[in-house]
Design a protein around this ligand. Structure first.
Ligand code: GAL
Length: 417
């Protein structure tokens, strides 16, 4: 469908700009980095490019997880109005590449040695048909808990190692009159949390089979049913106002001590960082109970569009800056993510960042690095959307039982495939 919509616009946009001879010294970037921590991270890039004389034309589309941004991107591209680059997740990059609208950064990649420094798991989504079509910015990971340390001390809590420990910890917070679990009731946040619940409930092999291979037997299994039971249990610990809440407002509840914990990708740490909070002193980062040793990842990629010739120099400058070692450190320290290259020292990262880097390395070597289904790295967008929809309906009571949730999930994924 994307292909049909986009066909023809590639040519049209090329011709429209062909007359310009001089390079346009501007980078136009579509993204959904609008929270405090995200904006601070993006500033690092803007400043790097400004030093090289490139102006920044911002195209922000608010909405965590990027669904609104991807709708905006589709409209822009269909109109032949290609941004220099767009923030994108995994399978979406491949969709646009298949539609023939992406540029080719292979020359830059060769010059910069990306083949050697970017992990294979990311190259799978940034290289299409032998050509580099995207520059990975970071590696995020979703199976984390973000905990307010003062609240934890007050309730006498310790790191939960199993799902049952986690439930016991949430009970302690409840008894102390604190909101136990800060959740934003939007489908992508609920599904992002469910990724971790599935890994915790079924273990690494099960997660891979169900959430990356879309294995029918696994999706239909009692383990998947149990995963929904566990999700239902967690939802009993959220406050009554959670519906529709933005993810960063949920993080703010934990930062302020109004809630004990948020289950969220490590972009949440960008908010703690922006609020000048220190891990170990103000907050704690633990792996989601029962998922230690595995990493569920996503990576923000800057998808590079097939822009007219006079805008290509700016695109190369953007791509080169994005994958430079110094930028990978400076940006990811602020963003909460870890570098998209394997050769960046962890010196400047805080304790959570150092753990994130070490965990990624271990998971990558040990075969326990898995794509997040909620975050575009488990399956193509149609399947991911079907998944988010079912999980959200379950959380909000439109799907009433775990049995029904499993049936609906299998059906929705089948229809989307
Ligand atoms: C994710 C993205 C992160 C962060 C988050 C919330 O999809 O990978 O970089 O921006 O959404 O907006």
């Amino acid at each position: 469908m994307l292909r049909k919509l986009l066909i023809g616009t590639a040519l049209a946009s090329g011709l429209a700009f062909a007359a310009h001879a001089e390079d346009v010294k501007e980078v136009q970037m579509l993204h959904w980095w609008t929270s405090g921590g995200e904006a601070a991270a993006l500033n690092v890039l803007k400043q790097d490019l400004a030093k090289e004389g490139y102006a920044w034309k911002d195209v922000p589309v608010a909405g965590g997880g990027g669904d609104a941004a991807m709708t905006a991107l589709k409209a822009m591209v269909a109109a032949g109005n290609y941004p220099t680059a767009s923030q994108m997740l995994g399978y979406t990059v491949l969709d646009y590449a298949a539609a023939g609208v992406m540029g080719d950064l292979t020359e830059t990649a060769k010059k910069e040695g990306w083949d050697k420094s970017v992990p294979a798991a990311l190259q799978k989504f940034s290289v299409y048909d032998g050509k580099w079509v995207a520059a990975p910015v970071n590696v995020h990971s979703v199976n984390w808990l973000w905990i307010n340390k003062a609240v934890m001390d007050k309730i006498g809590g310790t790191e939960p190692k199993t799902f049952d420990d986690f439930v016991a910890l949430l009970d302690k917070a409840k008894a102390a009159g604190v909101v136990p679990l800060a959740l934003g009731g939007q489908n992508w946040q609920e599904a992002t949390m469910f990724d971790s619940v599935v890994l915790s409930t079924g273990g690494p092999e099960f997660y891979k089979k169900a959430m990356n291979d879309l294995d029918d037997a696994s999706l239909k299994s009692d383990t998947m049913k149990k995963s929904f039971d566990n999700l239902a249990k967690l939802v009993t610990y959220v406050d009554p106002n959670f519906s529709g809440r933005d993810w960063n407002l949920a993080t703010a509840m934990v930062i302020k001590g109004d809630a004990l914990v948020q289950v969220m990708g490590d972009w949440a740490k960008g908010e703690f960082h922006a609020a000048n909070k220190t891990p170990g002193t103000d907050f704690l980062c633990y792996r989601f109970p029962g998922t230690d040793g595995s990493v569920i990842y996503n990576s923000d990629m800057f998808g590079m569009f097939n822009v007219p010739d006079d805008r290509k120099a700016a695109q190369v400058a953007l791509a080169t800056a994005t994958l430079s070692k110094s930028f990978q450190s400076a940006f990811n320290v602020v963003k909460g993510s870890v570098p998209a290259r394997t050769d960046v020292p962890d010196t400047d990262f805080d304790a959570c960042g150092k753990k994130g880097i070490a965990d990624l390395k271990k998971a990558n070597e040990g075969g326990t690095l898995f794509g997040s289904l909620a975050q575009g790295y488990g399956a193509p967008p149609a399947v991911a959307n079907a998944y988010k929809d079912v999980v959200s309906k379950f959380v909000h009571g439109q799907i009433k039982t775990s049995d029904e949730a499993v049936t609906e999930l299998v059906k929705a994924i089948d229809d989307a495939k």
